[in-house]
Ligand binder design. Structure first.
Ligand SMILES: C[S@@+](CC[C@H](N)C(=O)[O-])C[C@H]1O[C@@H](n2cnc3c(N)ncnc32)[C@H](O)[C@@H]1O
Length: 299
């Protein structure tokens, strides 16, 4: 099972595809922390950095990498004119079909749905004015390759929006890690693998020769959520991202327009006293949240 680094990368890519194919019709219900929790933020950045930022906003081109069911493009629609070219891009055909269904129902016709890998973007250099990546980098075997491709495909003065990525600064304190582990044990995990998804993933991966024995639910999460922090059985702050390091290493020369840190802990929890736990965590982490988002501009 994934002996060389290339095999491991191929397995991560394949399991993400199969997992999200299997999840497509349930995705919106299972991820209310994104679908209703982040809509206001995306609406705000859409207005500020897309609608009001480009002199010829009528002809913008936008690429949403790892579009899923189309949450980002749907949210940004009100800030885009009918002449804009929008590309919704994902590895999972079923996710794209789901996105297509809802977007077509909205009567929009400037959308293109393209299936492919985030690390190999089939678009010309400097083609896009705006590129968005929401909740995707932590699923990739090599996020640096994706960012390199995104930078290549972005025009000069173009806007790149990276959001909903695990913030490892949040998990630095052992006390926070202990509280986060307890919270998960009490039932607060965001990602849960159902029996149906586990069976579907195992069946597909065994029959296509990617694995030679069935995977447990924890093993599936470890691979699908490869750079997540809180989703793994043991919370490991060496995973995830540090927004500052990401900026310096992968986005050198880009101007930071906005950086944000938010927390999904407690978003849909019915655990009593959650507000007290959230306030304690905020205090212990100097205001850091479990996730970060940023808006940058290409030089
Ligand atoms: C957590 S979902 C996020 C979906 C959407 N951006 C949102 O905010 O709701 C992650 C998405 O990334 C896609 N994905 C995972 N690995 C990918 C890859 N290597 N290339 C392109 N898309 C990928 C999945 O199929 C899935 O739709």
């Amino acid at each position: 099972m994934g002996n060389t680094s290339e095999e491991k990368e191929a397995l991560i890519r394949k399991i993400n595809c199969v997992y999200h194919d299997a999840e497509h019709s349930e995705y919106d219900d299972r991820h209310s922390e994104i679908i209703s929790g982040e809509v206001d933020w995306w609406d705000k950045v859409g207005k500020q950095y897309i609608k009001n930022n480009f002199s010829d906003g009528n002809h913008l081109s936008l690429l949403d990498i790892g579009t899923g069911t189309g949450f980002v493009v749907k949210t940004l629609t009100s800030h885009l004119s009918e002449k804009c070219q929008v590309f919704a891009y994902d590895l999972s055909q079923s996710m794209l079909h789901q996105a297509k269904k809802t977007i077509n129902a909205m009567g929009e016709n400037q959308y293109n749905f393209v299936c492919g890998d985030a690390e190999i973007l089939p678009f010309a250099d400097e083609f896009f004015d705006v590129i968005t990546i929401n909740a995707v980098l932590h699923h990739l075997p090599n996020y640096r390759r994706c960012l390199k491709q995104a930078k290549r495909a972005l025009k000069s003065k173009g806007i790149l929006i990276i959001a909903h990525e695990p913030n490892n600064k949040f998990f630095k304190s052992p006390l926070v890690r202990f509280m986060a582990t307890a919270y998960k044990k009490l039932g607060g995990s965001v990602v849960k693998v159902s029996d149906r998804i586990q069976q579907t993933v195992n069946k597909e991966l065994v029959s296509s020769g990617y694995i030679d024995r069935e995977l447990t639910k924890d093993e599936i999460i470890d691979l699908v959520e490869v750079s997540s922090i809180a989703e793994h059985k043991k919370i490991d702050p060496r995973r995830g991202f540090n927004a500052q390091v990401l900026l310096e290493e992968s986005l050198a020369g880009y101007s930071l327009l906005e950086k944000n840190s938010e927390s999904t802990f407690g978003y849909r929890s019915k655990i009593p006293f959650m507000k007290v736990v959230q306030s304690a965590m905020k205090y212990l982490t100097n205001g850091n949240g479990t996730l970060f988002s940023m808006v940058v501009m290409k030089p």
